[in-house]
Design a binder for this molecule. Structure first.
Ligand SMILES: [Zn+2]
Length: 340
C-alpha cells in the first residue's frame, strides 16, 4: 500500500511540475503570438499607408521595399508606376482604403477612388509580413449595400419647362436602362422642339439641340457627394465610349438615395463636393459628355455612391404634369412630355 501511495504522489507531483512547465511554455507561445500580431499590425498599417502613397503620390520605391524578393523581381518600379497611373487616369486617386476582411495571411481591402469607383485590393503576406502577392480588381462587391425598392424622398423634375422622356418607365421596351442592374429605372430626358424633334433642322453641333445648355436643378434638398465637369462635350455625332456618365453630379438625400445627373456640359457644374443644395438650386447645364449620342440628361437613383457596384431603382416624382395632366407619385415612361 505504502509504495503505491508514493508512486501516485510522485505521479501527481510530476504532472504538477510538468503542468507548470507546460503552462509557462503556453504563456510564452501566447506572448510571442501577441508580439507577432502586434508587429504584423504595425506592418499592415505601414503597408496601407505605403500603398496609398505609391498610388496617389508616386512613392513607388518605398512601397516596393515591403515586397519579398520574388514579388520585387516581378514588379519593377516602372511597371508599378505605369499600372497605377493607368488606373488613376480612369478612376482617380484613392479616397479611402479600408480593411474588409483578413483570412490568415491574406488581407482584402475596399479601395474607394475619387471618381466614386471601388476596387478590390488583396495583399498576401509572408510569415515575416512581406508582401508576396498583390491583386487589384474591379469586381468589388458591397456585401453591406442596402436594397432600395424605390425613392422615398419627394422629388421634383430636375429641370424647368417641358422635357421629353426618351427612355423611362418599368417596361424594358420603354427603357433600355432596365436591362442593366446598375441603371435600372434610369431616364434619358431631352427637349422636344415644335418640329417634334430634339434638334433644329440640319443640326451640325451640340448647340442645335434644344436640351443643350439648359439648366439642371436639384430635385430635392441634398448633399453633393461628388461632382465633375472636366470632360469635353462630344462633337456630335461622335461619342466618347470611355467616360461613362461624363460630367456628373452625385447627390445624397437624407434617406441615403444617391441621385445621378449625367452627361452635363463641360465646365458648367456649379456645386462642389460636400456642399448642401436646396430643391430647385442650379447644379449645372445639360451637355453631351461621356457615353452620350446627343445632348440629353441621364437621371437615375442608386443604392450606394459607387458607380460600378451600385444598383439602380425606380424613380417616382411627387407631383408633375404629364402630357398636360397632373400626376402624383409618377414614373415617367417613354414618350411622356413632362414638367414640374
Ligand atoms: Zn441614360
Amino acid at each position: 500500500m505504502g509504495v503505491l501511495k508514493i508512486m501516485v504522489f510522485r505521479l501527481i507531483l510530476m504532472f504538477f511540475v510538468f503542468g507548470i512547465l507546460l503552462g509557462n511554455a503556453q504563456k510564452a507561445v501566447k506572448e510571442n503570438e501577441v508580439i507577432h500580431d502586434k508587429i504584423i499590425n504595425i506592418q499592415i498599417k505601414h503597408l496601407e499607408q505605403s500603398f496609398k502613397n505609391a498610388f496617389n503620390n508616386g512613392e513607388i520605391d518605398e512601397f516596393r521595399a515591403l515586397f519579398d524578393d520574388d514579388m520585387r523581381k516581378r514588379n519593377t518600379t516602372t511597371k508599378l508606376q505605369e499600372n497605377f497611373t493607368q488606373i488613376s487616369n480612369q478612376i482617380g486617386p484613392i479616397r479611402s482604403l479600408t480593411l474588409d476582411r483578413n483570412n490568415k495571411s491574406s488581407y482584402t481591402y475596399r479601395s474607394v477612388h475619387q471618381k466614386m469607383v471601388t476596387l478590390k485590393v488583396v495583399f498576401d503576406l509572408t510569415d515575416r509580413g512581406q508582401v508576396s502577392q498583390m491583386k487589384i480588381s474591379s469586381d468589388y462587391v458591397y456585401d453591406d449595400a442596402p436594397v432600395l425598392e424605390r425613392n422615398t424622398s419627394e422629388l421634383i423634375l430636375p429641370f424647368h419647362d417641358e422635357w421629353y422622356t426618351f427612355w423611362g418607365g418599368k417596361k424594358t421596351s420603354d427603357n433600355y436602362h432596365n436591362t442593366y442592374p446598375g441603371m435600372k429605372g434610369a431616364y434619358d430626358f431631352w427637349v422636344m422642339g415644335d418640329n417634334g424633334k430634339s434638334h433644329r433642322k440640319g443640326a451640325t453641333e451640340n448647340e442645335d439641340f434644344y436640351a443643350f445648355g439648359k439648366e439642371i436643378i436639384a430635385p430635392v434638398d441634398s448633399k453633393v457627394v461628388y461632382s465633375f465637369d472636366e470632360v469635353p462635350d462630344n462633337k456630335w455625332p461622335a461619342m466618347n465610349p470611355t467616360s461613362g456618365t461624363g460630367n456628373v453630379v452625385l447627390l445624397e438625400t437624407e434617406h441615403k438615395e444617391y441621385i445621378v445627373l449625367g452627361h452635363l456640359k463641360q465646365n458648367s457644374v456649379k456645386v462642389k463636393e460636400g456642399q448642401f443644395v436646396k430643391q430647385g438650386q442650379i447644379l449645372g447645364l445639360c451637355g453631351n459628355s461621356g457615353r452620350s449620342t446627343e445632348p440629353h440628361l441621364h437621371f437615375q437613383i442608386q443604392n450606394i455612391p459607387d458607380f460600378a457596384a451600385a444598383k439602380g431603382t425606380w424613380v417616382h416624382f411627387k407631383e408633375i404634369r404629364v402630357n398636360g395632366a397632373l400626376k402624383e407619385d409618377y414614373i415617367p415612361r417613354r414618350g411622356d412630355k413632362i414638367r414640374n
